[in-house]
Design a protein around this ligand. Structure first.
Ligand code: SF4
Length: 410
């Protein structure tokens, strides 16, 4: 039997951001990895512009999406159901909007999919599908299988392959879905990570974790074991990682070349409102300087439209990203993802302006703000994007891209 697994993605600035950061999405690859071999799997990732073909002999269509792509996910689901297919919906948005999702699906996969997916397949084969399959216990990451490399080529992700390291996060930022979706932070056995990288043959790897260095000892051992692999790797973590000299050195020696840091805003008041008081604005300049010393490119999204920010925030953030010498800066309007504390707070205060998920795209303000509306915020975003870059940062980034191309070729 054939199964088509789709990561739905709608055209938007948010999509371009995801495409820019492109690496195999966890949702569809972990589902494919846990699918028993007797099934024939097709993977489609709309983030990298793969086309969905409705003429298919697949019986089961599984669609994953997060909130900005919910309308696209539902449109795909409705069309496939009209064509007589059995549609399964899963992912971030579905977990926190079950009743809405059920209107477009035969069944739902809620939360981490290992275990419940295999049960769904057994029930489907007996024509005994339940309405909802929900994971009630945490997945032990030693049970996670290696992602298949033959369904979508690493080449389609600009040669960046993704290997799972952890799920969850120790922090509880109010706008973040990670700690709500995964409940608690867990790591994969290091040898499993190393073996998967080796088996993939990839030369550039995203070590997938929402907070790679939260457990310093784990990170140090991982970096030591990465060294003989001679790969380049990219990751996401918190800026305080750079306070640990030994850790930075090991990371650089083992191939760290590109780091995504959640800096968010120079406004301490706004950071507190995001429950991100652990981010020390005054330390960032020295932290990035240290990372640059090791040739590491630093990327961060800067948020505009947070409570506590005023119209000065655009000039303040332009000055900040220049001062800290950030290489790549993206402007983003906070998305109140359903399920987050941020969303609940806005809803309880009656501040949500729309439930049209297509506006939850990181570009529109979908809630009432004391200072901002979509007009003054839009102007400010444009100003930031036109003025935040420095020639030095741009040249560093271009040099990095050339080095990566060279690394893939040889
Ligand atoms: S540190 Fe990052 S992953 Fe962790 S809760 Fe905050 S935003 Fe989410």
């Amino acid at each position: 039997m054939k199964i088509k697994i789709i990561k739905a993605c709608t055209p938007s600035v948010f999509k371009e951001y995801k495409k820019f950061m492109a690496a195999p999405p966890q949702s569809i690859f972990s589902l494919a990895a846990s699918t028993p071999d007797v099934y024939d799997v097709e993977l489609i990732d709309e983030t990298i512009d793969m086309q969905v073909n409705y003429e298919t002999d697949a019986e089961l269509i599984v669609i994953f999406f997060s909130t900005p792509d919910a309308m696209r996910g539902y449109a795909l689901a409705d069309k496939f159901r009209m064509l007589g297919k059995t549609v399964v919906l899963g992912g971030l948005h579905v977990k926190f909007n079950k009743f809405e999702a059920l209107k477009h699906a035969d069944t739902l996969l809620i939360g981490e999919t290992e275990g419940i997916w295999e049960q769904l397949l057994i029930d489907y084969s007996k024509s005994d599908l339940r309405k909802v399959y929900e994971r009630t216990s945490l997945v032990d990451l030693k049970d996670v299988k290696a992602y298949p490399t033959d369904l979508i080529s690493p080449e389609d992700y600009g040669h960046v392959w993704s290997v799972l390291v952890s799920r969850g996060c120790v922090n509880k930022c109010s706008y973040c879905t990670v700690h709500k979706f995964f409940d608690s932070m867990r790591y994969r056995p290091i040898d499993d990570v190393i073996n998967e990288i080796r088996g993939s043959g990839a030369k550039i790897v995203e070590l997938h974790s929402d907070n790679l260095t939260a457990d310093r000892e784990y990170a140090k051992t991982l970096f030591e074991k990465l060294m003989p692999l001679n790969i380049k790797w990219v990751a996401e973590t918190t800026a305080d990682f750079a306070n640990d000299d030994e850790l930075v050195e090991l990371a650089a020696k083992s191939g760290l070349v590109y780091l995504l840091l959640g800096l968010e805003t120079p406004s301490s008041k706004a950071l507190e409102n995001l429950d991100k008081g652990f981010m020390r604005v005054e330390e960032v300049k020295a932290q990035i300087k240290k990372l640059h010393k090791h040739g590491i490119i630093v990327d961060s999204a800067m948020m505009f439209g947070v409570d506590g920010q005023t119209e000065d925030i655009f000039d303040e953030t332009i000055k900040f990203v220049k001062e800290i010498d950030l290489d790549v800066a993206h402007a983003v309007v906070p998305i109140p993802f359903p399920g987050t504390n941020f969303f609940r707070k806005l809803e309880s205060q009656g501040r949500i302006l729309t439930y049209d998920w297509s506006n939850y795209d990181g570009r529109h303000l979908v809630y009432k703000h004391d200072v901002f509306n979509n007009v003054n915020l839009g102007k400010g975003l444009k100003k930031f994007e036109e003025n935040a870059y420095t020639l030095k940062g741009y040249l560093r980034y271009q040099k990095f891209l050339l080095a990566m191309e060279y690394h893939v070729m040889f």
